[in-house]
Write a protein that binds this ligand. Structure first.
Ligand SMILES: *Cc1c(COP(=O)(O)O)cnc(C)c1O
Length: 398
C-alpha cells in the first residue's frame, strides 16, 4: 500500500486477498496482528469526547470498532467489489442483521426454496413473529420470482448454486427484476466465495457470507459478513453495533489469514469436485450426479458464464434408495460423516435424513431430495484417497 501506488481495487483478487486491509502498526509487523482487547484508551478527555461523539474516527469499543475485525472487513469488501463490509458473529447473524437493518413490519421477502435450513427458520419463525413475511419460489424460475413480488416486497434473497443439487439462478436477470420493483437483491455467496463468483458486479445489492465455510476453509471458527454499498451497510453496522452480534478479533484474524489462500484452495476444491463428479457418473452404482460443472447439467451454460468455477459441493443418487445411500456412507473410513462443508476435510451426508430431514415428503420431492441422494463437499485430500473411500460402498452396491 504505501510502498505500492496501485489502488487496491485494481489489483487481482489473489493480490487483494494477501495485501488489502492491514495498516502496519509502529511495531512494523509483517503479518496481520490480533488485537484481543474490548476497549481502547484516549490521550485526553477531549479526544474521548470526540471519539464517543463520532466526530473523530477511531477505535472505541470492540463490539463495533476493532482493528483486527476491520482488516477482515476491508479485505473482504475489496474482494467482493463492495464499498463496505460488516463482519458478524456467524452467517446466520449476517442474515439477521441485514433483514433487521433494511426491513420493517409489513415488508415482504421473496426467497428461493432451496435455502440453508436455518435461514428458512429465521425467515418463517422469527421474522414472521415481527410481521415480515417470506414467499418461496423455485430458484431458477425468473417468472416465479417476479410473480411473487408485491408492492410490499423489499428484499429478494437467494443462494446460488443451491445445496445439494447445484441449481443456479441468473443473478443479473434477478437483480434487474428486483430493481424494477424497488427491491434489493441479496445473494448468499457462501458456496462459491468471491474467488468464483462476484454477485455485486452482476447487479446484486448485498452479499452474505458464512465465513465459517470457505473463507476460513479449515473448519476452525464460526463467523459471517455482509458486503455492499455504504448506504445499506451503515444500517447493517447500526444493528451489529447496537444488538451485538459482532465478530471476535481472534476469529476475524483466522478469516483474514484464510482469505490469503482462498483462490488457490477454491481452484483445488473445484478441480477435485469435477474429477469426482465425472468418476461418479461412470460408476454403475450411481444413477445421477448433480454438479453444474457437468455438461449435461441443465444450467451448465449459465453457471459457466456467471461463475469462475463450479464449487466443491455435489450430489449423487445411488441405487437402493435410503439403504443404498446409508451403505455407501457407512462404508467410508476416511470421509467425515457430517453436514458441514467448506473444509479441507471431505464431508459426506444423507440430506433426506439430516440437513433436509425436517421437510415433509412432498417438500422433499419438490426440492429433489430423494432417499438415494448423497451430498459430498469435496475437500483437499488426495482425490485418489477420496475415490477409494467412496468405492468401498459403491462397489458393494453395483
Ligand atoms: C452455513 C451456512 C449459513 C449459516 O452460517 P453460520 O456461520 O453457520 O451461521 C448460511 N448460509 C449458507 C449457504 C450456509 O452454508
Amino acid at each position: 500500500m504505501h510502498d505500492d501506488p496501485t489502488p487496491e481495487a485494481a489489483w487481482a483478487l489473489e493480490t487483494q486477498a494477501i495485501r488489502t486491509g492491514h495498516q502496519r502498526t509502529f511495531e512494523q509487523e509483517h503479518s496481520e496482528p490480533i488485537f484481543p482487547t474490548s476497549s481502547f484508551v484516549y490521550g485526553s478527555a477531549a479526544e474521548a469526547a470526540r471519539k464517543f461523539g463520532g466526530e473523530e474516527a477511531g477505535n472505541v469499543y470492540s463490539r463495533f470498532t476493532n482493528p483486527t475485525v476491520h482488516t477482515f472487513e476491508r479485505r473482504l469488501a475489496v474482494m467482493e467489489g463492495g464499498e463496505r463490509c460488516v463482519a458478524t458473529s456467524s452467517g446466520m447473524s449476517a442474515i439477521l442483521a441485514t433483514v433487521m437493518a433494511l426491513l420493517s413490519a409489513g415488508d415482504e421477502i421473496v426467497a428461493s426454496r432451496s435455502l440453508f435450513g436455518s435461514t428458512v427458520s429465521l425467515f418463517d419463525k422469527y421474522f414472521g413473529k415481527l410481521g415480515i413475511t417470506t414467499r418461496y419460489v423455485e430458484l431458477s424460475d425468473l417468472a416465479a420470482w417476479e410473480a411473487a413480488i408485491t408492492p410490499n416486497t423489499r428484499l429478494l434473497f437467494a443462494e446460488t448454486p443451491s445445496n445439494p443439487l447445484s441449481e443456479v439462478v441468473d443473478i443479473a436477470a434477478l437483480a434487474e427484476i428486483a430493481h424494477r420493483h424497488d427491491a434489493l437483491l441479496a445473494i448468499d455467496n457462501c458456496f462459491l466465495t468471491p474467488a468464483l463468483q462476484r454477485p455485486l458486479a452482476l447487479g446484486a445489492d448485498l452479499v452474505i457470507h458464512s465465513a465459517t465455510k470457505y473463507l476460513d476453509g479449515q473448519g476452525r471458527a464460526v463467523g459471517g459478513a455482509v458486503v455492499g454499498r455504504n448506504q445499506e451497510l451503515e444500517e447493517v453496522f447500526g444493528v451489529v453495533r447496537t444488538c451485538g452480534p459482532c465478530l471476535s478479533p481472534f476469529n476475524a484474524w483466522i478469516f483474514t489469514k484464510g482469505l490469503e489462500t482462498l483462490s488457490l484452495r477454491m481452484r483445488a476444491h473445484c478441480d477435485s469436485a469435477l474429477a469426482l463428479a465425472q468418476w461418479l457418473e461412470s460408476h454403475p452404482a450411481v444413477e445421477r450426479v448433480h454438479y453444474s460443472g457437468l455438461e449435461h447439467h441443465p444450467q451448465h451454460a449459465l453457471a459457466s458464464r456467471q461463475q469462475q468455477g463450479f464449487g466443491a459441493v455435489l450430489g449423487f443418487e445411488v441405487k437402493g434408495g435410503r439403504e443404498g445411500a446409508w451403505t455407501v456412507i457407512d462404508a467410508t473410513r476416511m470421509l467425515s460423516i457430517t453436514g458441514n462443508l467448506g473444509d479441507v476435510k471431505t464431508t459426506i451426508t444423507h440430506p433426506a435424513t439430516t440437513t433436509h430431514g425436517r421437510l415433509s415428503d412432498d417438500q422433499k420431492a419438490a426440492a429433489g431430495i430423494t432417499e438415494g441422494l448423497i451430498r459430498v463437499a469435496v475437500g483437499l485430500e488426495s482425490l485418489d484417497d477420496i475415490r477409494i473411500d467412496l468405492a468401498r460402498g459403491l462397489d458393494a452396491l453395483a
